[in-house]
Design a protein around this ligand. Sequence first.
Ligand SMILES: NC(=O)c1ccc[n+]([C@@H]2O[C@H](COP(=O)([O-])OP(=O)(O)OC[C@H]3O[C@@H](n4cnc5c(N)ncnc54)[C@H](O)[C@@H]3O)[C@@H](O)[C@H]2O)c1
Ligand SMILES: [Zn+2]
Length: 376
Amino acid sequence: MTAVKRTRSTRKPSSSKAAAPRTARLRVDLGERSYPIVIGHDTLDDAGPAIAKATGAKRVGLVSVTPVSRRYGARLAKSLRAAGLEVVRVDVPDGDTSKNLGQLGKLFDAFLAGGLDRSSAVVALGGGVTGDLAGFAAASYLRGIPFVQVPTTVLAMVDSSIGGKTGVNLEQGKNLVGAFYQPRLVWIDTKLLESLPMRERAAGMAEIVKAGAIWDAKLFKRLERDIEAALALDPAVLIPILRRACAIKAEVVSQDEREAGVRTYLNFGHTLGHAIEKHLKYREMLHGEAVAIGMVFAARRSEELGFAPEGTRDRLEALLERAGLPVELPSFPRKAYLSGLEVDKKKTDRRIRFVVLHCIGEAGTVPLTPAEVFPG
Ligand SMILES: NC(=O)c1ccc[n+]([C@@H]2O[C@H](COP(=O)([O-])OP(=O)(O)OC[C@H]3O[C@@H](n4cnc5c(N)ncnc54)[C@H](O)[C@@H]3O)[C@@H](O)[C@H]2O)c1
Ligand SMILES: [Zn+2]
């Protein structure tokens, strides 16, 4: 049985034949916690009835961050109200620093003040920060009420909204408190990406390149053909690419929900990427940018260690560069890299399960010490 089933792929019925944008649907198969991902273009106004149906809720807490809420919050609220739902809107300040216990507490206060009860649901409208924070709030408020993701960044569409990881940062580190909590629905409208800065789009694209590199040579080839059109948000190009990237994450997660085996492959490029992000104190570089550098590095190590054929790194590097992503290793002192690798939470014992490529489309892991990952 396949983990992910494509249940429908249609043309929008109301549009003219010529320019009809495609919509795609897939199902994340997790037994009774299975849920659909619906991908379309200009579909925000249709989200309300789908959310009402998926949650059975009478009232929703609509959580967003100011820049996103200002653009799209009213439209989503209107669609939800038209579907018969009461809407309690809660905006949190923008930025990763909002993923904290203080903001979580504020969400609970707002949910209580707005009358959210066990027949209510939480909807996250935003990027990964919004999804992680609102998702954890949904997981823990009244011991858990239904949750829906309306992701508005490329990263959130293909990565953070799928897989059920929710949570907040602590002073001591990122994502230290959280829960696995699956949404009832992920509603993706690619038109919302028009306002997303190109740099953010490219950073999200790094995770799609990763999905192709570790799992699907065909997706990788498609990106090699069309990455510019995807970044320019051509729906005919972008929707199938997002669909495939979502399906890969969903498939990997369905096989390995709690991160024991293949889910580790999703860390491709992340071991070194995290070390870079940490050294820069999570400033200057976006996550996807650090991952792009980390992937090129990991592909080079894969070649050096004899896992991948020569040329693997070149292909990866060329594609990432076309997306405008950085690929050169920053010239930090070696000890900065080594100490960044030491604290990688994915290491077991003193070794890191370093993700290598066997070729484009196929990954594996190898236990390495930090000094072996980053030889002098
Ligand atoms: N749960 C998971 O499995 C998982 C996986 C990867 C990353 N994450 C988390 O995701 C977060 C990063 O997510 P992100 O990259 O989406 O960051 P983000 O949510 O901070 O969004 C990036 C920026 O884009 C803005 N923005 C979002 N959508 C927009 C739109 N449509 N138009 C204009 N501006 C828009 C936001 O306001 C923000 O300034 C991190 O906290 C990370 O830990 C979680
Ligand atoms: Zn990532």
